[in-house]
Design a protein around this ligand. Structure first.
Ligand SMILES: [Zn+2]
Length: 590
């Protein structure tokens, strides 16, 4: 019989402790301290409480916990002295069934890893879906992580230990994150479509209106039909739009969704998670024969990343009336214009202006998105509340000094352009850090025609500055540009700077943000409010209606625009429950 939370909350401590036995390898003290915080409203709350106990315990107990774990496919497995939980997990991953070569390879990795870090390699072998990583995936992760930084690896081991505990806890309570698994499976299936040149290498790349892109649109529209959406359409820019009708005609719609295009060699969840989470909600509602007092419109945006053409937010821009006719004449790397690509895809260019939405017909826009950063992972929180999408400004610039002989020019007589930019970079780093939540990046840096024995006469650079409000961003920009001016004056060099992009911050609408917050609270997930450093479709919709976003924790330190981008079925499941909760709140309010 699976346990229930009520039983756990009501049990005397020794019994409750018995119920949580074996969650953390040979370390019952973690569950014991967490139990002091009973009652728990949800498994998510209990899971987080245990992560807090370990966080607060400090480094030594953390290392002791890591060292209490068996090596993967290690001696304990061979001598059959693993805990029952570990045996089960390692068997499921096929680790008890290694070839002699694989076994020897894993032993070598174990030895290397241990020698380097002083603790064993820990991986939640049941993986993000909970049903088991393959042997190949495990070995791949091992080979990658053996080169990690010690601090990073310690944190990564702890995150994996929490994931192991999460799955063990689910097993005890007979909980399966079925909605999250469904969302996970959709994403895996959709990721089978990839552009030529990448597909062969097993990489995911879906750029605007390629065959893979159109296959995705088709798959999405079929799945929307299966979910029970009433109207499904691929619109004039390639957005897949599903509408689930309200209980009575004439009511407003909730607008939601995200993008299904990807960057080159990108992750499976960026954008797509925000399409599948509301789809899972509609599927459940349809299965239960339920309608809401408002309709739901889920849009899978065709283009957000600006990969094939230099037009970003093309999909959501079409809904806000910002599709620029001039974009149609842009050419891709093969010389195919956007107009040709659209005609080839059977899209009707003349209909694009009709896609503009009338805000009066909508309640607002919400978007679920993978965090694409490390913050939630470090806090052991599955969900985060977005307070604002950062405003940003980008520049490309060049400092012009004087090229001179590296051997004969004394230090006090140089006009070194690269040193001037280096000074600017360090200033920008420190100035952005001062704000706490501003960011500044010099992502491109080049000494044109530089040589090893020449003082750089020129240095080209880019500058990307972002902050949660326009005022904060503008203050950052002002200080950085003033500094650039001062540096150039002092060093006797000149500079030029071209602004290439400026986007206003998109603060979340307070009422909509509050709905995400009460959803998290209802799920027992502690609130964490954070700005979004990356741009999102919600930024475009912000121009015509209230919006608020929900972030979902990413695995692997939140890495994104990378194949390692990942999140768990459990976290996706919470996102579906949170979305569902927002729908219920709206239904009550209307
Ligand atoms: Zn995205």
């Amino acid at each position: 019989m699976p346990l229930t939370l009520d039983q756990l909350n009501a049990a005397p401590l020794p019994e409750a402790l018995q119920m949580l036995d074996g969650l953390y390898e040979h370390s019952p003290w973690i569950a014991e301290r967490a139990l002091a915080q009973r009652p728990f409203a949800s498994l998510a709350q209990l899971k987080h409480a245990m992560t807090r106990v370990l966080d607060e315990a400090g480094v030594e107990p953390q290392l002791a916990l890591i060292r209490a774990h068996p090596e993967l496919a290690g001696k304990a497995m061979v001598s059959q002295t693993l805990t029952a939980e570990s045996t089960n997990e390692q068997t499921k991953a096929g680790l008890t069934n290694c070839t002699p070569e694989e076994f020897a390879h894993i032993q070598q990795l174990n030895a290397d890893y241990n020698a380097r870090f002083g603790f064993p390699f820990i991986l939640a072998v049941r993986g993000p879906r909970g049903t088991g990583l393959t042997k190949a995936q495990i070995i791949e992760a091992f080979e990658r992580r053996v080169h990690g930084h010690p601090d990073f690896e310690r944190a990564e081991c702890l995150r994996n230990i929490h994931r192991i505990a999460e799955i063990r806890l689910n097993d005890k309570f007979g909980f399966e994150p079925v909605d999250g698994q469904r969302v996970w499976d959709w994403q895996e299936t959709l990721a089978q479509h990839s552009d030529p040149g990448y597909a062969e290498k097993g990489q995911l790349t879906v750029t605007y209106l390629t065959d893979a892109h159109r296959a995705c649109a088709l798959a999405l529209s079929h799945w929307m039909k299966d979910c029970g959406f009433d109207e499904i359409q691929i619109d004039a820019v390639g957005n897949v739009v599903g509408r689930y009708h309200p209980a009575a005609p004439g009511a407003k719609y909730l607008l939601t969704g995200s993008h299904y295009d990807t960057v080159r060699n990108g992750g499976k969840y960026d954008g797509r998670l925000g399409i599948f989470v509301p789809m899972a909600c509609v599927q459940k509602m349809h299965a239960a024969g339920r309608r809401l007092p408002f309709g739901i419109e889920v849009v899978a945006f065709a283009e957000e990343e600006g990969q094939r053409y230099k037009a970003t937010f093309l999909g959501s821009g079409a809904l806000t009336g910002h599709f620029k006719a001039a974009w149609l004449d842009q050419k891709d790397a093969d010389g195919v214009t956007m107009r040709e690509a659209m005609q080839h895809a059977g899209l009707n260019v003349e209909d694009i202006p009709k896609l503009q939405r009338d805000p009066a017909q909508y309640l607002g826009f919400i978007e679920v998105h993978i965090e694409q950063g490390p913050v939630l992972g470090e806090l052991n929180l599955p969900l985060g509340i977005v307070t604002s999408i950062n405003g940003s400004v980008r520049y490309v610039g060049e400092v012009m000094g004087m090229a001179s002989h590296a051997g004969t020019t004394p230090m006090d007589r140089r006009r070194d352009a690269a040193c001037a930019v280096a000074e600017l970079m360090l200033y920008a780093e420190q100035r952005a850090a001062q704000d706490g939540d501003s960011v500044a990046t010099v992502g491109m840096l080049q000494v044109p025609n530089g040589s090893i024995n020449v003082v750089p006469g020129a240095c080209r650079f880019s500058l990307d500055l972002r902050a949660p409000t326009d005022a904060q961003r503008d203050a950052l920009v002002r200080d950085v540009l003033t500094k650039l001016h001062d540096i150039c004056q002092r060093r006797g060099v000149r500079h030029q700077l071209e602004e290439t992009m400026r986007a206003a911050a998109a603060p979340s609408d307070p009422a909509w943000q509050a709905r995400w917050e009460s959803a998290c609270t209802a799920l027992g997930v502690p609130l964490h409010r954070m700005p979004s450093g990356a741009g999102h479709d919600a930024m475009k919709l912000h121009e015509i209606m209230p919006q608020a976003m929900l972030f979902v924790r990413g695995e692997n330190s939140g890495i994104s625009h990378n194949p390692l981008e990942s999140t768990t079925a459990d976290d996706m499941d919470l996102a579906v429950q949170a979305f569902d909760h927002v729908l219920q709140q709206l239904a009550q309010d209307s």
